[in-house]
Structures are given as structure tokens and as C-alpha cells.
Design a protein around this ligand. Structure first.
Ligand SMILES: [Zn+2]
Ligand SMILES: [Zn+2]
Length: 340
């Protein structure tokens, strides 16, 4: 089969590799759509825990091609997606239902060649990680289930309350998934901040109550619409300097959700006296903890729209080109490889 392979940091090629062998508890999925994510860029640059070589791709959908002997619930021809996080269910954290902190975590398309991903014609996945996709969900949408599941986990941890006032900083694909999810979760108002006018237009189309350009005048503009700040400030930029500044928009007793992934060795400074005085909560949110079912329902119900977030679909042969475009063009939304 054809696959995109990261052979070493900053080395990518599309080449022929054997179709994965499946174990008794695994399903072989013929890939239909797979999203390119910021994590894939980190992996490519060698900034992640990944071992090389690896076939990347952890946001995917497809059709069951073959099932192992011990597989239940799935058969050939089923339309599916899969949670790429394979938990051991035996370690200290798994036994406390904190599976995203599994001490033996294997992530398909991330960990290494023992868990090759979906930028390939086929991917092998344990059946316990596979989820059916109903006909209401296209394969394109199916490849958004994973990032939306990350959003669901963040909302769970932040404990978004009915009727709250929220600021989302950053209107890339994740910011726009957060925006729609926050509205659906009961936020009374979601305000979105970004540099890019086109992204802000899309935010309004997807339900943002107010949007502001981060043009240097945003502190006054936000102060005018939220004099006491926001109940929740959600960072979807992963840029430390922006996170640091955004604490100024947090209300007393508010919650700051650190959602965007910052560089590993970055630092911010926050005044601990202010955290104390204001009853602030700072919440982190890593990956997902069995949130696929929530994400699938939000997509099939139409509560969260993904089609406006997709800016490019390429065939697999163009993976290296897609990668370099994604790295050079910050204005791109979500990009996918499609096998349809
Ligand atoms: Zn991802
Ligand atoms: Zn574990």
C-alpha cells in the first residue's frame, strides 16, 4: 500500500509499504479521510516523543476492510472512526479512570512504528478503539471526531456552566470547534479574538456573539464589552505570550483553560497574589479520556459544523506538499488527505 512515512526528523516520503498485519483483537480500516494536525508538524520537526520511522495520522475515518478473529461489534464494510489513544487499562492512572495519563500509552500515528497511523491506505486499530459512524456523518466529518473529542475533554475539565460568558483566544480550527461546543454547552455569550479578519468572519458565521481583531486595541475593546472580565478565558493559540496577556481578561472567580499546545520548554509569568486574590482556576486539558461518543453525537446532530473549517483536501501523493503548505501558511484552516 501507499503510505506517507516520516523516516527521520524533517524527512518525509510517500512510498510503498506492506499492508499492516492485524492481531486477533484488531480491525483493518481502509482510510477515507485523515486530518493533518499541529501535532503532526511537531512530530515531523522531531519535537515530540515519537520514535522514527513512523506513518503519522491520528484523525481519521474509513471503512472496515478486515477483522481479527476476536473482534466483536464490527464487520467488513462498516463506516468507522477510531480513538488513536490505546490505553493499557492496567496502570496506576488507568485504574483511576485517568486514562489520558496512562503510563503505557500508545497513540496511533504518534508513538512510532508500533502504532503506525492513517496517512496510508490502511491502518490497524484495536476494535475497542473503533466507533461506528452513522450515515449522517461524512468521512470528512469523521476525521474531525478526534479533535472535537479533545475539545469535549477540555469542556468537561473546565466545567463550563450554563449561562456563562466566555472569551476564546484564537480562531483556527480548534478555536472554532471550541466556540461551537461552548455555545452548545450552555455558554450565554462567546467572544472570539484573533489576528485574522477571515477567521473572525468565520467565527461569526459559526455563532460567535462578538469578535475582535487582536490589533493592539483589543484590551480596551474587551473591557468595554466585559468590564469585569469573562467567566472563562480559553486559549486556543498555544502561544505563551498571548496566554500571559489573556489573564487580564479573566473575571474574579473565573477559570482559565489552557487548551492550545505551547512549546515544551516555554514559560509564562502570572502573579500568584492575583491568583489568590481572585479565586482563579487554571485548568489544563491533555488529549482525550473516552470522549469520542460525545464528539460523534455533536457532529451527527449538526450542533457542531466542520465543513467551513476545511480549507484543502489532497490525495496522499501530495502529502509532502500539504505538509510544507501547512507549515508556511498560518492562515490555512484544517487540511485533510482524502482517498475518496
Ligand atoms: Zn491532532
Ligand atoms: Zn494505563
Amino acid at each position: 500500500m501507499k503510505a506517507a512515512v516520516f523516516t527521520a526528523p524533517k524527512q518525509v516520503e510517500v512510498r510503498d509499504v506492506p499492508i499492516p498485519e492485524i492481531k486477533d483483537d484488531e480491525v483493518l480500516i481502509k482510510v477515507k479521510a485523515v486530518g493533518l494536525c499541529g501535532t503532526d508538524i511537531h512530530i515531523f520537526k522531531g519535537e515530540y516523543f515519537t520514535e522514527f520511522p513512523v506513518i503519522p495520522g491520528h484523525e481519521f475515518s474509513g471503512v472496515v476492510d478486515r477483522v481479527g478473529r476476536g473482534v466483536r461489534y464490527f464487520k467488513e464494510g462498516d463506516r468507522v472512526t477510531a480513538d488513536p489513544n490505546v490505553f493499557c487499562e492496567a496502570c496506576y492512572f488507568c485504574k483511576r479512570n485517568l486514562q489520558n495519563h496512562c503510563e503505557d500509552l500508545r497513540v496511533i500515528g504518534v508513538s512510532g512504528c508500533q502504532a503506525n497511523g492513517a496517512f496510508a491506505e490502511y491502518v490497524a486499530v484495536p476494535f475497542k478503539n473503533v466507533f461506528p459512524l452513522d450515515d449522517a456523518i461524512s468521512f470528512t466529518q469523521g476525521a474531525f471526531v478526534e479533535p472535537l473529542a479533545c475539545v469535549a475533554h477540555g469542556l468537561d475539565l473546565a466545567g463550563i456552566r450554563f449561562g456563562s460568558d466566555v472569551l476564546v483566544v484564537g480562531a483556527g480550527p480548534i478555536g472554532l470547534l471550541l466556540l461551537q461546543s461552548l455555545k452548545a454547552a450552555g455558554a450565554a455569550r462567546v467572544v472570539v479574538l484573533d489576528l485574522d479578519a477571515e477567521k473572525l468572519r468565520m467565527a461569526r458565521e459559526l455563532g460567535a456573539d462578538l469578535t475582535f481583531a487582536a490589533d493592539g486595541r483589543e484590551p480596551e475593546a474587551l473591557k468595554a464589552v466585559a468590564p469585569r472580565g469573562f467567566d472563562y478565558v480559553v486559549d486556543a493559540t498555544g502561544i505563551p505570550a498571548i496566554i500571559e496577556k489573556s489573564f487580564a481578561y479573566l473575571k474574579k472567580a473565573g477559570t482559565f483553560l489552557v487548551f492550545g499546545v505551547c512549546p515544551k520548554d516555554s514559560k509564562i509569568s502570572v502573579n500568584p497574589y492575583e491568583i489568590f486574590l481572585n479565586d482563579w482556576k487554571i485548568v489544563g486539558s491533555f488529549a482525550i479520556r473516552k470522549n469520542f461518543h460525545q464528539s460523534i453525537l455533536m457532529l451527527s446532530s449538526g450542533k457542531v459544523r466542520t465543513d467551513p473549517l476545511l480549507s484543502l483536501r489532497y490525495p496522499l501523493e501530495k502529502f509532502p506538499e500539504l505538509l510544507s503548505r501547512k507549515m508556511s501558511q498560518l492562515d490555512l484552516m484544517k487540511v485533510q488527505i482524502s482517498f475518496e
